[in-house]
Design a protein around this ligand. Structure first.
Ligand code: AMP
Ligand code: FE
Ligand code: FE
Ligand code: ZN
Length: 285
C-alpha cells in the first residue's frame, strides 16, 4: 500500500484540479491519497466524483491543512476525516479564508511600494477559485520576472514570514485547532514541524504539549526535513506517543515534489481512520 496524506489542488495553492489530482495519484501508483487544501474542503466533492472512473482503485481521505500560529511562529496543522458540516470548525476555517483576500491585497500594496508592478487582478486570476495564498503571489512575481521561481520568492527580500512584502493573515491557535478538529470527529497531524527553511519552527517542548493536548501525529517524513531532523522528530514522536506520518505536500507544478515522494505506513493510516468519527475514507464502488 502506498499512502500519501498531504496534497494540494486548485482549491488552494496547488495547480491540479481536484479531479486531476486523484487521476495523478492513481497514475503515481498510490492506493490512498488525502486532499488537504489550505483552510478549505472545497475540493473534496470533485475529487470524490473522479474516483469511479479511475483505472485502478484509489481511496480518498478528506482533509485540510489549517493555518495556525503560536508565540509568533507560523505552523500548519493537517486535519483528517472531520465532519465537514461541523459549524465551529467551519467558522474557524472561514475566519482564516476570509482574511486571505485583504492579506494578499496588503502584500500587493507593499510590493507596489517596493516598485513591483503587481496587481490584485493578476494575483486573483492566478488563484482562480482557490483560496488565495503566498504561492499565487509568488507565481505573479515569477511572471513579472522579479524572481526565477516560486521558491525564490520566499526570501526576506520578498515573501518570507516577516519579509519586506509579508503581511499576516488570521491564523488559529494550534491548541484550539486540535480541540476543534477533535470535536468534529477528526484526527490532527502537525505538518512539516521541522521545516526550518520556511522560518522559525515550534520548539519540541511545545510540540510535546500539543500531543498531550490531543495532537495525534507528526509528519516526520517530508521533503523539507533533512535526515537529522527526521531522526529528532521520530524520537519525539516515540517519546510522546504521537503517530508518525510521511507525505509529499504535493502542489502540482508550483513545487518540485512528486506525489508519493514520502509515504505513510499502512498501520498508521489504519489507526488514523480508526480514530476518526467525523468522516470515513472514500473508495469508489
Ligand atoms: P499562506 O497559506 O498563504 O500563508 O502560504 C503558505 C504557503 O506558501 C505554504 O503552504 C507553501 O505552499 C508556501 N511556502 C511557504 N514557504 C515556502 C518556501 N520557503 N518555499 C516554497 N513554498 C513556500
Ligand atoms: Fe501550500
Ligand atoms: Fe504546509
Ligand atoms: Zn501543505
Amino acid at each position: 500500500m502506498r499512502i500519501d496524506l498531504h496534497t494540494h489542488s486548485t482549491a488552494s495553492d496547488g495547480t491540479d484540479t481536484p479531479a486531476d489530482l486523484v487521476r495523478a495519484a492513481a497514475a503515481a501508483g498510490l492506493d490512498v491519497v488525502a486532499l488537504t487544501d489550505h483552510d478549505t474542503v472545497a475540493g473534496h466533492a470533485e475529487a470524490a466524483r473522479a474516483l469511479p472512473a479511475l483505472d485502478r482503485p484509489l481511496t480518498l481521505v478528506t482533509g485540510a491543512e489549517l493555518s495556525c500560529r503560536i508565540d509568533g511562529t507560523s505552523m500548519h496543522m493537517l486535519a483528517y476525516l472531520f465532519d465537514p458540516a461541523d459549524q465551529d470548525l467551519h467558522r474557524a476555517r472561514e475566519l482564516v479564508r476570509d482574511d486571505r483576500v485583504p492579506r494578499a491585497q496588503a502584500m500587493i500594496a507593499k510590493l507596489r511600494d517596493l516598485g513591483v508592478p503587481v496587481t490584485w487582478e493578476q494575483v486573483a486570476a492566478i488563484a482562480g477559485d482557490g483560496s488565495v495564498g503566498l504561492p499565487h503571489i509568488a507565481a505573479a512575481l515569477v511572471d513579472l520576472g522579479v524572481v526565477p521561481s516560486v521558491s525564490d520568492a520566499f526570501t526576506p527580500q520578498w515573501l518570507a514570514d516577516g519579509g519586506r512584502a509579508y503581511a499576516p493573515k488570521h491564523e488559529l491557535d494550534p491548541f484550539e485547532a486540535v480541540r476543534l478538529v477533535k470535536a468534529a470527529g477528526g484526527v490532527t497531524v502537525f505538518a512539516h514541524p521541522g521545516a526550518s527553511k520556511r522560518g522559525a519552527t515550534v520548539p519540541d517542548p511545545v510540540i510535546a504539549e500539543l500531543v498531550a493536548a490531543g495532537l495525534d501525529g507528526l509528519e516526520v517524513d517530508h521533503v523539507d526535513h533533512d535526515a537529522p531532523t527526521r531522526d529528532r522528530l521520530r524520537a519525539l514522536a516515540k517519546d510522546t506517543g504521537a503517530l508518525v506520518t510521511g507525505s509529499s505536500d504535493y502542489h502540482g507544478t508550483r513545487k518540485t515534489v512528486r506525489l508519493g515522494e514520502c509515504v505513510t505506513d499502512p498501520e498508521v493510516y489504519v489507526e488514523i481512520a480508526r480514530r476518526a468519527t467525523g468522516a470515513q475514507p472514500i473508495s469508489a464502488v
